[in-house]
Design a protein around this ligand. Sequence first.
Ligand SMILES: Cc1cc2nc3c(=O)[nH]c(=O)nc-3n(C[C@H](O)[C@H](O)[C@H](O)COP(=O)(O)OP(=O)(O)OC[C@H]3O[C@@H](n4cnc5c(N)ncnc54)[C@H](O)[C@@H]3O)c2cc1C
Length: 470
Amino acid sequence: MLLEWLKKVNNRLRNNITLHKIDMANLNTQDTNITTDYLIIGAGAMGMAFADEMHTQNPNITMTIIDRRANISGHWNNAYSFVGLHQPAAFYGVNSSVLGNGSTDLSSKKEILTYYDKVLKKLENSGKVKFLGRHNYLGDGIVQDLENPDRVLNFKVNKKVVNASYMKVEVPSTSTPKYKIDKGVNLKPLNALPEEYDKWKNFCVIGNGKTGMDAIVYLVRKGVNPDNIYWITPGDCWLFNRDYVQVGDLSREVLAHAKLLTKAKKADDIFLNMEKRGSIVRINTNTLPTNWRCATISPSELADLRKIKNVINKGYVNRITATDIILTQETIPYEKNTLFVDCTANGLAKLKKEPVFSENLLTLQPVLFCQQVFSAAVIAKLEVTNISKKNKNKIIPIPHPEKVEDWPRQLAVSINNLLIFHRYFPMWMFNARLNFMSHEPMLDYFKYALKAMLLSKKTKKAVIRLGNYV
Ligand SMILES: Cc1cc2nc3c(=O)[nH]c(=O)nc-3n(C[C@H](O)[C@H](O)[C@H](O)COP(=O)(O)OP(=O)(O)OC[C@H]3O[C@@H](n4cnc5c(N)ncnc54)[C@H](O)[C@@H]3O)c2cc1C
């Protein structure tokens, strides 16, 4: 009975971690009572960046980190073996430990998993932090042991529950495609490519987000003839040129975006002008992209992507039959010996923003454009800083972008938030390795901070003019 009820609650809460009223009378005497200062739901990159910064700020704080997965590191556990960071390791991970050689390297999946294991060990060795894998949050401090589902833990949380699973990251190996796949169709997530790339005549990659691009580059570099690769791309994307997403370049380029924003008549103008500078690129220069997901690509990867001539730009896949691909705009036949590679999981979706600070709950969200881990660390710093909740909530969340029109608001709000952080803790900002600006020499750092301050009002006005500063 209890088990059934828990299952029901669990299903209801699967996609929602907001506090939920639970009938305590229904819980049996097997409940275990545990006290902790912070109960962190989710041991992915954001949960770890938050826990690390909290521990640095106050090593006496007790924290329990739980995750449905057995291990820490969140989505990285299920990513394809050839995944890597898209941005330099210099500003990824947690504030207190350097990742990789701490510079331009794009850490591999293995390096990232090993890194987080070390971070956890360091936290656990303090005796103040515990990790519980295979545990699921049910609301109201109640946690279910997934290995023994009728056992629940009842947490007395002294300070706050921390929702570190708000981002709902999806990767192809753990999500089901949203289109119909008929019997006999050969379809696999891109995780399978290392075993499959030499077994098929043709490949059809579905999706042109970062994973779709990674799949194409992987196949081309494994020697698959580009003419045997088909690519279903429902809408073109603007991309960051990785050569500019580097220490010493990124701050300057972001400020250039912001300056262009102040003069832009529409969002496209920013991208077209940044393309002229070289820091923004598109695969097909004959079309005007409508999507913007903050994805990053190197010039050599771009050259590989441009080798694909069989680009199918006829909308979304609705169904794949034994002979045809049924797209929203057209039905296209395909050859028998084809492996479909699913890359349609929405890695980082654009989610509704929530207040970061509420009474007993912190909701970890990006508060700087596309900088999830730094955002989690900065939220920890704000949590321990003596500021009213009202002022803390002047920090505006920045949902992950999907469309070109999302970028102006992201830029203006990022600048607004950056100025608030600098007002409260400038030296912390200057020293935080997750802050990409902190890798600049001191003089440049303050020059950029000053420029951001001068641009702040103008960018806000520009976004209001463009109609989406919310
Ligand atoms: C392929 C890929 C590459 C990326 N590369 C970069 C990069 O180079 N630079 C960058 O800044 N960002 C990058 N990102 C984004 C980056 O990984 C972020 O750090 C990520 O968005 C935030 O991780 P997270 O901790 O919020 O989510 P997750 O990794 O999904 O972790 C959340 C965890 O919460 C757990 N959970 C959910 N609900 C519950 C519950 N009820 N009870 C218990 N546990 C629960 C889940 O099991 C999960 O393990 C990349 C993302 C992807 C997909």
